[in-house]
Design a protein around this ligand. Structure first.
Ligand SMILES: Nc1ncnc2c1ncn2[C@@H]1O[C@H](COP(=O)(O)OP(=O)(O)OP(=O)(O)O)[C@@H](O)[C@H]1O
Length: 348
């Protein structure tokens, strides 16, 4: 049972009325726990408030805002024993969605009061905390277009318009993906490296069903040849996400790794947890089981990989072991279509 918590509240996140939201949060939580409420401002970040709260030795931190707010608080909580509660009030709320945390305030407060903890992985992108995912190329362009002003004006539509703009300006780049044991080269439009991602982050859905506590990153390579193929590939990823069946097109690849360095030619923008942080090259690693978070549900635990068929694909082993398909297996597909998965794991 929780006795007290510090609530870090972003009053400008999302499009709802912050005063109304705050009174609702107080109504649900205050009868049960002592609540220390702190507000983010333009100059005082959620990260700073979280650090100060930890110095005051809080029992739990609750982040209420969008992914930006939640990500900053999560970054500070890494490697502490202090659990994170989430009351999603942002535009996309990808982290809350991925963890099945209800979008409504009442439901989210119930999860916090139930205090059921789960320990999840955290990513690190160039040494900085990454809670959700890094998008190279297409995703970063979308994040840049769907800025605060656009989200305030259009809400979630801002992301769809940004996606359309990226689609119109379709371009590919050469990517080199270096992991601990191999170097993969490919022509792509987007590379997404996910620690955690909801179904709505479709560019992360190659493996469909990202595992949050396996110590691994899920890499999806999105490599359609032209903008029309991009529509088909995006739709396929959406279906993969909804059906939880792994993607099966030749222009979509995926694999899991603990660490990855992404280099591109030409350099591409990189967005981490919804903010553009710079350009490639970037190095990302998964740090196993670092963050305690209050969640309602269970996670799946498959280990899929598919690279075969990607344009310009070259795989070089760094261990001297040959890279060849070691197993071809038939997977039962929920949409009743037979699919082949070629497993490129290194033979023992
Ligand atoms: N009081 C404030 N006034 C202006 N900006 C603020 C204030 N508090 C926080 N911010 C800014 O809000 C941004 C974080 O917003 P957040 O991601 O939480 O919400 P969102 O953008 O609506 O949601 P999503 O990321 O889900 O789209 C940060 O850039 C932060 O600097």
């Amino acid at each position: 049972m929780l006795d007290s918590a510090c609530l870090i509240f972003n009053p400008v996140a999302g499009q709802s009325d912050p005063d109304q939201d705050l009174s609702e949060i107080k109504r649900h939580l205050k009868p049960h726990i002592h609540l220390d409420i702190q507000f983010t401002t333009e100059d005082i970040s959620a990260e700073q408030l979280a650090r100060e709260a930890i110095e005051r030795k809080v029992e739990c931190l609750i982040a209420s805002g969008g992914d930006g707010t939640v990500s900053q608080v999560a970054g500070v909580l890494v490697d502490t024993e202090i659990p994170l509660g989430i009351i999603p009030r942002g535009t996309a709320n990808a982290f809350a969605n991925a963890l099945n945390i209800p979008q409504g305030i009442e439901g989210a407060c119930k999860i916090i009061l139930a205090a059921k903890e789960r320990v999840v992985d955290m990513g690190k992108c160039d040494g900085k905390p990454m809670m959700l995912l890094a998008g190279v190329g297409l995703e970063a362009g979308m994040v840049e277009d769907a800025n605060r002003k656009a989200k305030n004006r259009l809400g979630i539509l801002a992301y769809y318009i940004a996606a359309f703009k990226q689609w119109k300006g379709f371009k590919t780049f050469h990517a080199q993906l270096e992991t601990n044991d191999r170097i993969i080269e490919v022509e792509a439009t987007a590379i997404t490296i996910a620690n955690i991602a909801p179904a709505s982050s479709i560019l992360a859905q190659g493996p469909a069903g990202i595992i949050m506590d396996d110590g691994l990153l899920d890499v999806t390579i999105f490599a359609p040849k032209n903008r029309w193929n991009a529509v088909g590939a995006s739709y396929h990823l959406l279906l993969s996400a909804l059906s939880e069946d792994q993607a099966q097109r030749n222009d979509i690849g995926y694999f899991r790794t603990q660490r990855i360095r992404v280099t591109t030619d030409p350099p591409q923008k990189v967005a981490v947890d919804g903010e553009v942080i710079g350009k490639t090259p970037v190095e990302i690693e998964c740090v196993s089981r670092q963050l305690k978070v209050f969640v309602p549900d269970k996670f799946s635990s498959e280990q899929p990989e598919k690279l075969e068929g990607l344009p310009g694909l070259k795989i070089k082993s760094k261990t001297g072991k040959p890279q060849k398909p070691v197993q071809t297996q038939q997977k039962e597909n929920k949409s009743n279509i037979d699919v082949l998965i070629v497993d490129y794991r290194i033979p023992d």
